[in-house]
Design a protein around this ligand. Sequence first.
Ligand SMILES: Nc1ncnc2c1ncn2[C@@H]1O[C@H](COP(=O)(O)OP(=O)(O)OP(=O)(O)O)[C@@H](O)[C@H]1O
Ligand SMILES: [Mg+2]
Length: 295
Amino acid sequence: MSATALPEGITGIHVLPADHHDGPWDSIITPPGLKDRLLGTALLVLRHGRRLKQMSGTPHGLVVLTGPPGTGKTTLCQGLAQVAALAVSRRGATTFVEIDPHAFPSEMLGESQRAIRRLFTDTLPELAARRPHTIVLIDEVEAFAVRRSIASFETNPADVHRATDAVLSGLDELRASSPHVLLLTTTNLTVAVDEAFLSRADLVLEMEIPDEEVLTRILRSSLTELAVQWPGLRPLSEDEALHTKLAGRCAGFDGRRARKAVLSAIAQRPDLAEDPERLTIDDLFTAIESERSVR
Ligand SMILES: Nc1ncnc2c1ncn2[C@@H]1O[C@H](COP(=O)(O)OP(=O)(O)OP(=O)(O)O)[C@@H](O)[C@H]1O
Ligand SMILES: [Mg+2]
């Protein structure tokens, strides 16, 4: 579907599973158990959402991933959509809908409220009727469900408050009309997300700055990816003791920064950029040190 044909606020509609969506799930390295909880919640909603609607304490089908920038929230949601779609594929395809909460204008009185209402009461239920499974990603949801208790009426016009109210009632309506829709949301500003929105979540997962063990695996994974392109780097990618030492120097880095440090190692000098196979252990340590010093 071309960008112009997409409904208001929607930046992408994909049919999953699709081969080119393989990758993100495995690329994000998490502590044990985290991916199981995510996939478990996703499958429960996709497979049994309609049945669970009959029970008290109905799930909202809402997952919130919180955590600092660069901890893999968006990528993990994209990956989850693909693995969940694969797991339910015997029963049919999945529509994956991406929403940009910044696309709802707040300057015009009442306009964003109406647009959000249309999204939850018309657009999403219509999309959900197309295929047996539907997953919706709202990235940076704090722009959408602004916490009303801290949003001042001066800096946040009344319309923002009404937009948050519209999101909350929209969620309730979507739950009633389409209980099998899975809503994935991310934020790096949990304090800015409305409490009533968070309380509707079936799962709030905190993505943390990686510890040394996870950093070691991220660095190994980045070096392994480089070695696929430049086989001469295989010794560096297989040196587990080196990965642990490098991770020790990356303490406090988020995942994005750790991966960037490896890439920046081959961008340090023209000769390395020309021929990455010349990368040495010293180059890696130097790149990490300069990454540490700039931030
Ligand atoms: N735990 C991790 N394991 C491996 N790679 C990671 C991890 N966390 C982040 N990355 C790398 O950082 C990149 C950026 O991650 P992503 O954009 O998903 O983070 P985010 O949490 O959504 O950040 P932001 O809050 O800034 O939007 C990923 O594509 C991935 O390469
Ligand atoms: Mg993100």
